[in-house]
Design a protein around this ligand. Structure first.
Ligand SMILES: NC(=O)c1ccc[n+]([C@@H]2O[C@H](COP(=O)([O-])OP(=O)(O)OC[C@H]3O[C@@H](n4cnc5c(N)ncnc54)[C@H](O)[C@@H]3O)[C@@H](O)[C@H]2O)c1
Length: 322
């Protein structure tokens, strides 16, 4: 970067930058915090020092998360809140701010799946998925943002979308559509809230080990096999998503707003490829990486290229070439 060195820019991580990831003294409200990704985010934020208000449709689940947070040290409390009902989430935001004295971080995470194709989807399933995944995020963010604006100390809003926001699905258009809405709502709100020092970002996870994720793919072998089709070689964990949330909530991410952060081990980009042999290719690569030394690995790649079996197979697939 021109001028960097002259201006005394030092890229090494300093102690004060590490401190920027410290969330001590911040208060976070998380919806759907009684399970999977919401719990992972609650624990990760708590691990960085934040006090946590864990809320869920099922109080017992939220209480379990709050107990786990308390074990880590920060203050925690649990609330029942149904994101479909605006007054329920307003009560959540105001009571959290009243109990802990402030509300700095809002994670609109609660979500559900309702499958169904255009020609057969039941009206009640459509209404339900829109009520939770889209209206629920609106209710949550509106209630929390109003608290942040009232307190005038800025804040961080994180919404949980999905890779499906960028990936049309057959038989699940309600999910893809509501998750795409989450991305666009977040971009609009980022514009509106920037003057108040509040950032808004959406996270788009790939398949993550949770009730929902494993429920969709299947447990055991089905889950393991699916993981192998991900370029990173595994499915995601709630901790992976929690780590990203910590960064987005931190001072380090103060200039990041209105963005859709895909976190999927490379799955989304891989999904555009029409090459059905991709999973085999990935497995062969992992095997080569695990068993060969560097020179052998490069020689094997060169040999494959000579035989026309290199990365261009994917492109041939896309172009319908033989
Ligand atoms: N697991 C995945 O593979 C995956 C991938 C991409 C995105 N997501 C998204 O991540 C979020 C969390 O999903 P998860 O995988 O942890 O699922 P999960 O089913 O394990 O947890 C969802 C939690 O939300 C709660 N909830 C449901 N309806 C609610 C409501 N009306 N009000 C308040 N809470 C409610 C549930 O009780 C549950 O505790 C969702 O928005 C989901 O769409 C999940």
């Amino acid at each position: 970067m021109p001028g960097c060195v002259e201006s005394g820019y030092d890229p090494r991580i300093t102690e004060s930058e590490a401190e920027m990831l410290d969330l001590t003294g911040k208060v976070a409200v998380i919806t759907g915090a009684g399970s999977g990704i919401g719990r992972g985010i609650a624990l990760a934020l708590a691990g960085a020092g934040a006090d946590i208000v864990a809320s869920d449709l099922f109080l017992a689940r939220a209480e379990e998360t709050a107990e786990m947070v308390s074990d880590l040290g920060p203050r925690a409390s649990a609330r029942r809140a149904d994101v479909r009902e605006p007054e329920s989430v307003v009560a959540l935001a105001t009571s959290a701010a009243a109990e802990f004295g402030r509300l700095d971080i809002c994670v609109a995470n609660a979500g559900i799946v309702r499958t169904g194709s255009l020609l057969t989807m039941a009206e009640e399933d459509w209404n339900e998925i829109v009520a939770v995944n889209q209206s629920g995020v609106f209710h949550t963010v509106q209630a929390c943002a109003r608290e942040m604006v009232r307190a005038k100390h800025g804040g961080r809003i994180i919404t949980i979308s999905s890779i499906m926001a960028a990936h049309p699905t057959r038989g699940s258009f309600g999910y893809s559509t509501t998750k795409a809405a989450v991305v666009m709502m977040s971009r609009c709100w980022a514009q509106e809230l920037a003057p108040f020092g509040i950032t808004v970002n959406s996270i788009g996870p790939g398949y993550v080990e949770s009730r929902m994720g494993v429920g969709a793919i299947g447990p055991g072998d089905a889950w393991e096999t699916y993981g192998k089709s991900v370029p990173a070689g595994r499915t995601g964990t709630p901790e992976d998503i929690g780590n990203l949330a910590v960064w987005l909530a931190s001072d380090e991410a103060g200039y990041v707003t209105g963005a859709y952060h895909v976190i999927d081990g490379g799955w989304l980009d891989r999904s555009w490829s029409r090459d059905d042999t991709l999973t085999e290719d990935l497995e062969r690569r992992r095997e080569q990486f695990a068993t060969m030394n560097g020179d052998e690995l490069l020689a094997a790649l060169d040999a494959e290229a000579d035989e026309g079996r290199d990365g261009w197979t994917a492109l041939r697939g896309m172009m319908d070439l033989p």
